[in-house]
Design a protein around this ligand. Structure first.
Ligand code: ATP
Ligand code: MG
Length: 731
């Protein structure tokens, strides 16, 4: 041990072995909380300490938050050298590869990334304008999201439109889902792809698929990547899909310095095409790889670990893993159940319990707000908790949930910016062509669309030549001409702004200034007010959201300038640019409503169990432990299909992920009734609750307790005075 650098002494022997095995393929397959991510951090630090160029290290994680956390941890260990290491999500990495080399596969330099809302719009448009199918009896129209989901499933498995058509024709669909939707999706898929390409846009799946295509087809790019990234690490490898596996394989190149870590029990993204076989087959795909198994859990207390093990043991096909911990037994798992008491609904009481427990425990155990997390199965469950926390003045942050782009005000502004950057983006163009209302009616628009299809030119070009389009009257032409003029003026200013930024002749918030001016000239605030004419308050909230969006551009600019490296430092830094800003917000998961308050990190976290992967909190709440929530109704109804995906087993893994986020205390809760349109509907407790050994559980009465129990009050009082004395003593 003596000769070891001191930082390696903080690892156990298995972790150390993994951190030191820097050359060749390495697989770390180990349970939750066993220090997999920590080992990666130490491995990066070790590489840097041994003189490896930071720029040749690439680590891929699952969420932006995880990437950020890793960067901070590496920086703490090795200092500013960490800056050169690329820590990224697969999607951000893909976006970056496309930004750098996408033109080689025909993607414009300023390609847009379509968020789900825009994708759905596009699918709707294709269904109504190009496929011309009518929904089957009983449905008004097709659900675009279902079509998208199917297309996404193909893309994640790298099945192209021709392959999709074959799958449908031969009835060999995954999960045998050859229903109307599959047929429709197969018809939409090629057109959807063509529209995206024509608009110079990508969807999320393309951020994986297109880089794979690029790396496969372009030896020059491939070799460039190999020269650049010589050490590749992937966290949460159990959740990679086919495209991600291929990207990893292609990037690892001939050196094969690829270290992957994961836990098959935490594979929770099969519904998005993740394939747990990727981790289980790693040894076969990378022969001669070193396999490291870690069995000590450093995160949780014994009872939490036992609860997690009790649950996951009910999954039959898994690699048996033993996890032990030296952390002591810890408190029992609290289980609360609530019922409607006439005055308050069960879900209100559940939310109140969360707020009250957080308040009490924070005092008792001297915790920070950020030591608490409230986890749930679906984002909708956040609402009552959010409301209660707000009323109780408890600071919180919601991760995930409604995305930034789903807010109409933001989406409209973004569409304008996209059109200014790239007017060939037809989806965005159509979104704003008559917003705010400017007299370009649907008839005129359809004439323009038809003309542009006929001439085979983008809609924007057709609009610019509106005078040449047959059947458009002078009165119809005028607003089109005016619109084109406005956009063209803004384009000129946009280019001048970015040129000035590139030349360094700028203030810190130059881009924001441009966008602010554009919003003013386009009269977007007035349009928002007009849309919300019924309620002044709603109108103000919406206008605020739009203003926050504009302000967030300024924040982005400031941050980018601050991160500017010194002239002699080699870096990938670029000055702020609008398209980069748009890319960032499409790739970020955080709910940006809280952007203004972001600087205070001490808040309770609310998020789905999916989003919580890899994170840890001192006290974790999991709410809504009821059948049809966890397991989700979709999974209860689905049957295990022939591809081997068992939906209940996946829900169970999700619960396992949720439980293992907790370090010290775990609180579970569910409702015996839920209100639906005024009625109290009975609910069944989640089947997974029975799988937790009874001796670990403390049943709590659901009778809403508004005050502390006497012993708690006494303890709190004593604590209070003890702390007071301590504080006075310090002065
Ligand atoms: P998950 O499967 O949930 O992603 P993980 O295996 O990645 O978990 P980490 O998050 O790396 O686990 O570690 C869990 C906790 O245990 C962290 O707080 C980490 O600092 C701590 N830990 C890990 N290894 C050690 C060690 N050798 N000594 C002390 N603490 C450790
Ligand atoms: Mg981890």
């Amino acid at each position: 041990m003596q000769h070891l650098p001191h930082y390696l002494r903080d690892l156990n022997p298995e972790q150390r072995e993994a951190a030191l095995a820097t050359e060749g393929p390495v697989l770390i397959l180990a349970g939750a909380g066993s220090g997999k991510t920590r080992t990666l951090v130490f491995r990066i630090a070790h590489l840097l300490r041994t003189g490896v160029d930071p720029r040749s290290i690439l680590a891929v994680t699952f969420t932006n938050k995880a990437a950020l956390e890793m960067r901070e941890r590496v920086a703490k260990m090795v200092g500013k050298e960490a800056k050169g290491v690329l820590l990224s999500t697969f999607h951000s990495l893909g976006a970056r590869l496309l930004r750098d080399h996408g033109t080689r596969i025909g993607l414009p330099k300023d390609f847009a990334i379509y968020p789900t809302g825009d994708q759905a719009q596009l699918v709707k448009r294709i269904i109504s304008e190009e496929v011309h199918v009518v929904a089957t009896a009983g449905e008004d129209s097709f659900d675009a999201k279902k079509v998208l989901f199917q297309i996404g499933d193909w893309k994640n498995r790298m099945v192209d439109p021709a392959g999709a058509a074959q799958e449908v024709a031969s009835g060999r669909m995954r999960g045998n889902r050859t229903d109307d939707y599959a047929v429709l999706a197969a018809a939409v898929y090629p057109r959807y792809e063509a529209s995206l390409r024509a608009a110079g846009a990508c969807d999320f799946d393309d951020l994986l698929l297109l880089p794979v295509k690029l790396l496969r087809e372009d030896a020059e790019v491939r070799e460039k990547c190999w020269r650049r990234w010589r050490y590749l690490m992937i966290d949460e490898y159990q959740d990679t899909n086919g495209a991600q596996l291929e990207m990893a394989r292609l990037l690892s190149g001939p050196l094969k310095n690829l270290c992957v870590v994961g836990d098959d029990d935490q594979s929770i993204y099969a519904w998005r095409g993740a394939d747990v076989r990727n981790i289980l087959d790693f040894e076969r795909q990378f022969p001669g790889c070193k396999v490291v198994v870690m069995e000590e859990n450093y995160r949780s207390t014994q009872r939490i670990l036992d609860a997690a093990n009790g649950v996951i043991a009910h999954n039959t096909t898994r690699r048996e893993k033993r996890l032990r911990t030296g952390n002591g037994p810890g408190p029992k798992v609290d289980l609360w159940e609530f019922a409607d008491n006439g005055q308050r609904s069960a879900e209100e009481q559940e939310a109140e319990m969360v707020a009250r427990e957080i308040g009490v425990r924070r005092w008792h155990e001297q915790l920070r707000w950020s030591d608490f997390a409230v986890l749930y199965r679906t984002n909708l469950q956040a609402k009552p908790v959010e409301e209660t926390l707000r009323a109780a003045n408890i600071p919180y942050r919601v991760i995930g949930g409604q995305s930034y782009f789903d807010r109409k005000e933001v989406a409209d502004a973004v569409a304008y910016l996209r059109v200014i950057i790239n007017p060939a983006d037809e989806g965005s163009l159509r979104r704003i062509v008559n917003y705010p209302t400017r007299g370009i009616g649907r008839t005129t628009l359809m004439k323009l669309v038809d003309a542009s299809r006929e001439a085979g030119r983008p809609l924007w070009e057709t609009m610019r030549r509106v005078a040449e389009v047959d059947g458009v009257s002078r009165a119809q032409r005028e607003p089109v001409r005016h619109f084109v003029e406005t956009i063209e003026e803004l384009q000129v200013e946009y280019r001048a702004t970015e040129a000035a930024i590139a030349a360094g002749q700028v203030e810190e918030r130059t881009l924001m200034g441009f966008v602010k001016e554009a919003v003013k000239r386009l009269r977007l605030e007035e349009a928002v007010r007009a849309d919300n004419a019924k309620s002044e308050r709603a109108a103000e909230v919406r206008v605020d959201i739009l203003r926050d969006f504009v302000a967030s551009i300024g924040t982005y600019e400031e941050r980018t300038w601050t991160a500017q490296p010194l002239p002699d430092e080699e870096d990938d830094w670029n000055p702020p640019a609008l398209r980069e800003f748009l890319e960032r917000i499409s790739l970020s998961e955080e709910d940006d409503r809280k952007d203004k308050e972001e600087d205070d990190p001490d808040r309770v976290t609310l998020m789905s169990m999916h989003a919580a992967k890899g994170l840890e909190f001192t006290h974790v709440f999991i709410i809504g432990l009821e059948e049809d929530i966890l397991p989700h109704s979709r999974s209860v109804q689905a049957v295990a299909d022939e591809s081997g995906i068992d939906p209940i087993a996946e829900e169970r893994r999700l619960f396992y992920v949720g439980i293992t986020r907790a370090r010290h205390r775990l609180t579970l809760s569910g409702c015996a009734t839920r209100r639906q349109r005024g009625d109290s509907i009975p609910r069944q407790p989640s089947r997974f609750l029975k799988e937790i050994p009874v001796e670990l559980v403390e049943h709590r009465s659901g009778q809403s307790r508004t005050s502390l129990a006497p012993e708690e009050a006494k303890e709190m009082k004593e604590n209070f005075f003890a702390r007071m004395k301590e504080m006075l003593g310090q002065q």
